[in-house]
Design a protein around this ligand. Structure first.
Ligand code: DGT
Ligand code: CA
Ligand code: CA
Ligand code: ZN
Length: 570
């Protein structure tokens, strides 16, 4: 059982207790447990199996410990099932709508009998929320927007969630009898920011137990189809997984086909037809003769193309670029030399500067920038000028102690609603790296937000615009901002745009990052880590950069330190 599945269970418990108006202390203990487990680098189930005492972990007490054991051994939590039974089914779903917390959900339910999204939508359209709760018409409109976005994203999962499951299922299936190869395909392999389902392809010898093995996978909740060449199951988290068994001779063609995208496949098939060939999931055929199929490389080669990286397969010009020999040489993990946004115990991070530096050195980095929040972010105890100056001394001490890694003095300074910055120029001058970000007052009209951001990065002390649109994947819409205008301003000013690698943010998204790259703007892929473990989230930002056609040259944290520093000067 995955940590994430366990964390989700506790999160749902907390939500239901919250709607029921239970003791806040108790609710918080479930939320803390969910966060602790979700953030843990090793599997809780494995730790229990190895006889480790997880009750000692901060955030996990005796009662949570018992519940974890129940979940790990039975795959479910009776307590949650009892809670669910006592509540209309739609209520917890309402919580998934952006801007709706347990208090509002409870209120809507008690006062208006709203227990489904449809009922909520009708009430908002009829202006009944406005009447009852003195909400403005604008709030109702926002709510309708949030409902529409929820419906669009429903049934989709964040890449990070799907990838965790997919990687562990692939590992598990590879250990099966007579299993020769197992590869994930679909949107997951293209590294889209969300995926609808997980597609897995396999090659097996005679007498293989792969499908039975798949059905026994511990996070499988229901087997939807169980065949010799195709099975399908739903996991406890709701994700659907398809497994297909293929012949070795056509495996490359199937991998190509099931990786998609559909749009890429259609364009590729047209190219095949133009060359009097037929492309299908079984291979490339000239009449009845198969001319390619064993490997993807052969399939593309038979169409006169080099292998196109899965991240580019969206029919956004990649086939033409491949044909003309101008595919980008995509940036990869091996190119990264540092990380230019992270937080420590000085504000809302969990680890000290020294811990972060040591962990970064373990990753082979040459440098990091420690970028605490500024004072406007009160919930994170953001730093004022004086505390930041003192924090710089801690950075110097940590750099000396860590040995062999440069710790750049940074800050993530807030862009205030009027576009001013939250700290004096004098202290910003002393920073090696200034990231400027928006953290509150998101709901401004587009023109105003665009002005705010452009004025913010217009301060010549700013190097990087942090998480430029403020969106949270499947949870919060980007703020209304004219990205094309921001890109033009960044290009003029020589400001770097961030791809925030945190899998909940991925902000810029792939389309915006590509717009920036093509507009002559350089990018920084930063984890925004709030703990050592989160430094490893870099890969999700790199997926976005790759989907945006970025080469190492486009990403400043691939540069050696001296080049980076020279480039940061404005
Ligand atoms: P998802 O699961 O919604 O995130 O997106 P995909 O791309 O994984 O789509 P999925 O799972 O429906 O199908 C996997 C791949 O199979 C898809 O990327 C391309 C291929 N495929 C599916 N349906 C069609 C089709 O009607 N035509 C073509 N050419 N390819 C298809
Ligand atoms: Ca899929
Ligand atoms: Ca599928
Ligand atoms: Zn931030």
């Amino acid at each position: 059982m995955e940590n994430r599945a366990i964390a989700d269970i506790f999160e749902e418990v907390a939500d239901i207790l919250d709607i029921k108006g239970e003791n806040p202390f108790r609710i918080r203990s479930y939320r803390n447990a969910a966060r602790t487990i979700g953030d843990m680098p090793s599997g809780v189930a494995g730790m229990i199996g190895a006889g480790e005492d997880i009750e000692k972990i901060p955030g996990i007490g005796k009662s949570i410990d018992e519940k974890i054991r129940e979940i790990v051994s039975t795959g479910r939590l009776r307590f949650l099932e009892e809670l669910r039974a006592g509540l209309p089914r739609g209520l917890t779903e309402l919580l998934r709508i952006e801007g709706l917390g347990p208090k509002k959900v409870k209120l809507f339910h008690d006062e208006l009998g709203i227990d489904t999204i449809d009922k909520l939508e009708t009430a908002a359209r009829e202006g009944r929320l406005r009447e009852l709760f003195r909400m403005g018409g604008r709030s109702e409109e926002n709510l309708l927007g949030a409902i529409a976005r929820y419906r669009e994203g429903r049934g989709r999962f964040k890449l990070s969630v799907a990838l965790d499951y997919a990687e562990s299922i692939v590992r598990y299936l590879r250990e099966g009898t007579g299993v020769r190869a197992v590869e994930p395909a679909g949107s997951l392999r293209r590294r889209r920011e969300t995926v609808g389902d997980i597609d897995i392809l396999a090659i097996c010898g005679p007498g293989s137990d792969i499908m039975d093995r798949f059905a026994r996978y511990d996070a499988v909740e229901a087997v939807l189809a169980h065949g010799k060449t195709r099975s399908s199951a739903r996991l406890t988290c709701g994700l659907q997984v398809d497994v297909r068994v293929l012949e070795r001779e056509s495996f490359g063609a199937a991998l190509q086909y099931f990786t998609g995208s559909k749009e890429h496949n259609i364009a590729l098939r047209t190219r095949a037809v133009d060359r009097k060939l037929k492309l299908s999931e079984y291979g490339v055929f000239k009449g009845a003769r198969r001319v390619a199929g064993r490997s993807e490389k052969d399939v593309y080669a038979s169409l006169g193309l080099p292998l196109i990286p899965p991240e580019l397969r969206e029919n956004r010009g990649e086939i033409e670029a491949a044909a003309e020999g101008r595919l980008p040489k995509l940036v990869g993990p091996g190119d990264i030399r540092g990380d230019l946004q992270m937080h420590t115990t000085a504000t809302d991070g969990k680890d000290t500067v020294l811990d972060m530096a040591r962990a970064a050195r373990e990753l082979g980095y040459e440098y990091i920038a420690v970028t605490e929040h500024s004072k406007a972010v009160r919930v994170a105890r953001g730093l004022d000028e004086e505390r930041l100056a003192r924090h710089f001394r801690e950075i110097e001490r940590a750099e000396a102690a860590a040995g062999g890694i440069r710790i750049l003095k940074g800050v993530e300074v807030d862009i205030l609603p009027d576009g001013g910055l939250d700290l004096d120029d004098a202290i910003l001058e002393r920073c090696d790296v200034v990231v400027a970000s928006v953290h509150y007052r998101f709901n401004m009209p587009e023109a105003e937000m665009t002005r705010r951001i452009i004025r913010g990065i217009g301060n010549p002390r700013v190097h990087i615009l942090g998480h430029p649109t403020g969106r949270l994947v499947l949870e919060r819409a980007p703020y209304e901002v004219d990205m094309a205008a921001v890109v033009r301003a960044a290009a003029d000013l020589g400001v770097i745009l961030e791809i925030n690698a945190h899998p909940d943010r991925l902000d810029l998204n792939d389309a915006h990052a590509r717009l920036a790259r093509e507009g002559g703007v350089r990018l920084a892929v930063n984890t925004d880590a709030h703990s050592r473990a989160q430094l490893e989230l870099m890969r999700y930002g790199l997926f976005v950069a790759r989907r945006a056609w970025c080469e190492a040259e486009d990403v400043v944290n691939t540069y050696p330190l001296s080049r980076l520093l020279a480039g940061l000067r404005r």
